[in-house]
Design a protein around this ligand. Structure first.
Ligand code: ADP
Ligand code: MG
Ligand code: MG
Length: 910
């Protein structure tokens, strides 16, 4: 073999070499820093190490060949651009080392600031900061030592796993010694002392001195960022957000700019619109004389960004100009991080910002109005999960409920639950099925488990951009942040508000829209969006930007979608509600409830019938009852198709449980009563007992075994349709046979049904379709044959999943799914979202072969998956005619069907 020329792989990109579309390679942060650089915005120079370098490192445990040299070359260019050398004792260049993956994972991974400082360069930094100005040298010393202590703290925690609290305690001690709560009161000497304390902590935990060599600091920090990809909390966050585990993170090395150089410096974060409501305006937090992480950590109280106008008008105006430009460029809400160093503005980050569900709709509508995007794009920018959130109930507040505190409505929703103060307790109680509200002073990434487990999150500190707020919004979880009337005492597991003490286990209610906090459980009512769907809010005439945006986008989804959306409804009331939500028919009307309640007695008679006469009498008594049920539903649906499933569950499910019967019989015998009826029932239950009822005598098998049962149902359907039609309305029944696995089963049922239908329908004009569910794998695999006897297929994806995987739905989810999820055997339960590769393949085969045999075959789906956003896209791709789902999911399915229709390949909506 010829010797191969080794082509050097490019692992490092200068900011000028990247752009916003390279997120996969450069991470979101790096790609957007590059984009801003190329827009000519003031970004400190730097470079990005690619996700590929990270993946290579994680795979082998060492930096890939060539990486060290490429870093050295880019560092040299950076040094040249800045006119300084990394860690130079006289005039040091300092850098930040920042993680940044393709998808934003706020606070999940690591950043180290001020890399390049050591015992000597800290002096140089101080000299440079004071410049010629003797007067500021005290401030300059303070700044340099503050920067150095931050480096040791971040480096220790991030790179060497020194417990962060140790540094925090040392800082608290220093403040206490000084008699202050504000770290700004610590002077240069205090901070020099703190550096010594930090170094001791560092030595105690690592057994080595804090590294003084700048390049070693840099290399170790880069490594730590690579490794933070696999940190426990990052893994958990990815699982929660369904971010693939194999993307890796990029690393950004950025020349430091300093917001902690004095009162004319500072740092802040901002959104181009309100990420909670979508309203236009200026939203952000600013903190003078601080480095970036102080803002998010809520260490000190920030001021609203508007204050900056007073503090530094020039920078403020420039910032507003840049924000407007970024929005126009990204055509979306952006969030940014910036720092002002002695009156000079620097941009440190931007991205398309996370937002609440309400803001997503409102902003998409606004951007259409502003001509930045079209309606297809607006539809693409919202999703069904967000719409589902907007349909959550709201608190119903009458005079008895007075808020005890008001914080910031950081992530909307109405949540009530028992108060807990630690993540661990939240997880524990949630596992017991309790609703909990996690109450903290502020959250940090270690609280993630608890935040996932909780119904809502309440913090006493931090703003809209605090960790709690950002993460809760991402998860769609209710959050009130910065409720500062609340005094949280975690060790004692209590908080005090307005003189009242609330202890662990007490119930509170929090409103993530208004930021209000209530003691006790507040009752709830339908949201505005539900009121709109229900028709009690007219979108054209109300002054509610959210309802107007939802109306507009839903209308567009309806105009675009190819899939029809039906509902699963068994009663007239359900049918009526679903129609208001936009259902275009019933895809699954279960008939089993028609055998419950006071009709049980008739079912018992049917089961216990000793001969045909008794059986027929029982069926004849059931007939008018069923007919009345169907009439009500047909009337409600007024000419829309109604798919009625013939009875599906095993009949013994309608009998009392064995133990109960046995006790009844024993007690009655004891009393010397007549127990013939009970004994007969008991015998029937014993006889009909099944080891695997899911695979037993049910569905079409019942119809073939119990004479007259299906016939009675078919007659009831046909007669109801005729009655409704004769009364001047319309009825379009579709009779669906469950659990068919072979065409012969269907043919047998069908032959009998057709006879009855012909007889009942006569010249009424009623047309009744006969079709089948495809829910047994064999049916999917012989769909070509089955289609000869079926006018429609409806995929019963619950059973198809159950039988396709061999998972007992009632048992597996609690038993071992957690392990399957942990191992990544699937990313989400296949009962929740269709398994495209396996069960989905069965659907695909059946759809193709069914249509090939009978081109006009109607195809739909009626499992839970019909209302699952991901699955709706799949059903669109496979070419089904409709999906059917529970009434509350109908709007979600309409929206997702519209999105599926406009979505172009490769776009992702995360
Ligand atoms: P995260 O992704 O958690 O926001 P970042 O990498 O953005 O982490 O950094 C944390 C903080 O440090 C941010 O506030 C950021 O603005 C600030 N920061 C990062 N790099 C620099 C730099 N070169 N100069 C000044 N501040 C910086
Ligand atoms: Mg950041
Ligand atoms: Mg089924």
């Amino acid at each position: 073999m010829a010797k191969q020329e080794t082509v050097e792989h490019k692992y490092v990109y200068a900011f000028a070499e990247g752009n916003k579309d390279l997120k996969e390679l450069l991470g979101g942060k790096g790609a957007n820093l590059a984009e801003m650089t190329n827009l000519g915005l003031p970004v400190p120079p730097g470079f990005t190490i690619t996700t590929e370098a990270c993946k290579a490192y994680l795979a082998t445990g060492e930096e890939p060949d060539g990486l060290a040299d490429q870093i050295a070359a880019h560092l040299a260019s950076l040094e040249q651009a800045m006119g300084k050398r990394l860690g130079d004792p006289e005039d040091p260049l300092l850098v930040s080392v920042r993680s940044g993956a393709k998808f934003s994972m706020p606070g999940m991974m690591e950043t180290v600031l001020n890399v390049g400082l050591n015992d000597r360069s800290v002096q140089g930094l101080a000299r440079q900061a004071s410049g010629a100005d003797e007067q500021t040298s005290g401030g300059a010393d303070r700044f340099a030592w503050d920067s150095y202590r931050r480096l040791i703290q971040m480096f220790g925690k991030t790179v060497c796993e020194v417990p962060g609290e140790e540094f925090e305690h040392a800082l608290d001690d220093a403040k206490r010694a000084k008699g202050t709560h504000d770290d700004l009161d610590l002077d240069a000497d205090d901070l020099r002392g703190l550096v010594d304390a930090y170094k001791k902590i560092f030595f105690k935990h690592t057994g080595r001195e804090f590294p003084q060599e700048p390049r070693e600091q840099l290399d170790l920090a880069i490594r730590a960022v690579f490794e933070s990809w696999n940190a426990e909390r990052a893994v958990l966050y990815r699982r929660q957000e369904r971010i693939p585990a194999d993307l890796g993170t990029a690393v950004n090395v950025v020349a430091m700019v300093f917001g902690n150089l004095g009162p004319d410096s500072g740092t802040g974060v901002a959104f181009t619109r309100d990420p909670a409501s979508g309203a236009q305006g200026i939203y952000g937090d600013y903190l003078a004389n601080a480095q970036g992480e102080d803002v998010v950590a809520g260490i000190r109280n920030t001021v609203p960004l508007q204050e900056l106008e007073r503090l530094d008008k020039k920078s403020y105006d420039e910032l507003l100009g840049i924000m407007a430009r970024l929005e126009g460029h990204y055509k979306d809400l952006c969030d940014i991080e910036f720092t002002i160093e002695r009156g000079k503005l620097w941009m440190l980050q931007t991205r398309v910002g996370k937002r609440t569900a309400a803001a997503a709709f409102v902003i998409a509508g606004q951007l259409v109005d502003e001509g930045l995007i079209d309606l297809d794009e607006a539809l693409h920018r919202v999703n069904g999960a967000q719409l589902a959130q907007l349909m959550f109930p709201r608190f119903r507040l009458d005079h008895e409920f007075q808020p005890v505190a008001k914080g910031i409505g950081a992530s909307p929703g109405a949540a009530s639950g028992k108060v807990v103060f630690t993540s661990a307790r939240a997880v524990e109680l949630a596992a017991e099925g309790e609703s909990v509200i996690l109450v903290r002073r502020e959250t940090n990434p270690d609280d993630l488990n608890g935040m996932i487990a909780a119904q809502g999150i309440l913090t006493s500190r931090g703003g809209k951009t605090s960790h709690a707020a950002v993460v809760a919004r991402g998860m769609g979880k209710t959050c009130v942040s910065g409720a500062d009337e609340i005094e949280v005492n975690v060790p004692q597991r209590r908080f005090v508000v307005g003189g009242q003490t609330v202890v662990e286990g007490d119930v509170v209610s929090i409103d993530g829209t208004t930021g209000k906090v209530y003691l006790g459980e507040v009752p709830v009512m339908p949201s505005e969006v539900v009121q709109y769907f229900e028709g009690s809010l007219d979108p054209e005439h109300i002054d509610n930007p959210l309802v107007r945006a939802v109306h507009r986008i839903m209308s567009h989804a309806d105009a675009r979608r190819r899939l029809a959306v039906r509902t699963n409804a068994d009663t007239g009331a359900d049918a009526a509600r679903a129609r208001r939500f936009g259902a275009e028919g019933i895809g699954l009307c279960r008939t089993e409830h028609m055998f419950l309640g006071d009709r049980r007695e008739l079912v018992e008679r049917l089961i216990l019938a000793r001969d045909n006469t008794e059986r027929e009498a029982a069926l004849a008594a059931l007939l008018p009852l069923q007919r009345a049920d169907f009439e009500e539903i047909f009337r409600e649906m007024d000419g829309m198709p109604v798919t009625v499933r013939l009875i599906d569950p095993p009949l013994h499910e309608f009998l009392p449980p064995l133990e109960q019967l046995a006790v009844n019989v024993a007690v009655a015998q004891e009393r010397g009563e007549d127990v013939a009826q009970e004994e007969a029932l008991l015998a029937a239950v014993r006889r009909m007992h099944e080891e695997n009822p899911m695979l037993g005598l049910r569905g079409v098998r019942l119809g073939l075994v119990i004479p007259g049962l299906f016939a009675m149902q078919v007659r009831a359907i046909a007669e109801a349709a005729v009655t409704v039609t004769r009364s001047g309305a319309a009825a379009r029944p579709e009779i669906m046979v469950p659990l068919v696995g072979a065409v012969q089963e269907l043919e047998t049922v069908r032959a009998e049904a057709e006879k009855i239908i012909a007889e009942v329908v006569g010249d009424s004009g009623v047309e009744v379709l006969i079709g089948t569910m495809i829910e047994v794998p064999r049916a999917a695999l012989t769909a070509g044959q089955i289609a000869e006897a079926a006018q429609f297929f409806s995929f019963g994806t619950n059973d198809l999943t159950q039988m396709g995987w061999g998972f007992s739905r009632d048992d597996v989810e609690g038993a071992f799914f957690w392990r399957y999820l942990e191992l990544g055997i699937f990313g989400i339960s296949p009962f929740e979202s269709i398994d495209r590769d396996g069960v989905g393949r069965l659907v695909r085969i059946a759809a193709e072969e069914g249509r090939a045999a009978r081109p006009e075959l109607k195809l739909g789906v009626c499992g839970e998956h019909g209302g699952d956003p991901e699955s709706v896209h799949f059903f669109h791709e496979v070419g089904l005619d409709y999906v059917s789902c529970s009434p509350f999911r109908v709007p979600v399915a309409r929206l997702e069907a519209g999105r599926a229709a406009v979505e172009t390949n490769g776009s992702d909506s995360r």
